[in-house]
Write a protein that binds this ligand. Structure first.
Ligand code: SF4
Ligand code: SF4
Length: 114
């Protein structure tokens, strides 16, 4: 029996199938998604107010998102959901998103590229 250990091959980085989209103007700051996200991805942006006067939800650690959809299911205002990556990318790059819509993963990429 050989005592030589097989090299560990690192797995390629996993790409999430979908991207998180937040309609910040629709958020009512109830905090349910923040509380129920199993990966602590979400937080309230206390530096911002939406038109309704609430601090909207944002992603504080988008890299930790596992696409579980808990946030989408629990939000009473349909202000947070997962979207097809390619469709979201197209809309984001065309600037075709409604005002107050954020896609934290793409915004993080943009910041990194600067
Ligand atoms: S999809 Fe799951 S992991 Fe990602 S932000 Fe929503 S609740 Fe958190
Ligand atoms: S559950 Fe919906 S309304 Fe409540 S904080 Fe999250 S995004 Fe905003």
């Amino acid at each position: 029996m050989s005592s030589v250990r097989k090299p560990i091959t690192p797995k390629p980085p996993r790409q999430r199938e979908k991207v998180l989209v937040i309609l910040q103007e629709q958020c009512k700051q109830c905090g349910l998604c923040v509380e129920f996200c199993p990966k602590n991805v979400l937080c309230l942006d206390m530096t911002k107010y939406n038109r309704k006067g609430y601090h909207p939800v944002d992603a504080c650690d988008i890299e930790a998102c596992v696409n579980c959809e808990f946030c989408e299911r629990i939000c009473p205002d349909m202000a947070i959901f997962l979207a097809d990556r390619d469709e979201a990318r197209e809309a984001y790059e065309k600037g075709a998103l409604e005002e107050g819509t954020i896609i934290p993963e793409f915004e993080a990429e943009k910041k990194e590229a600067k």
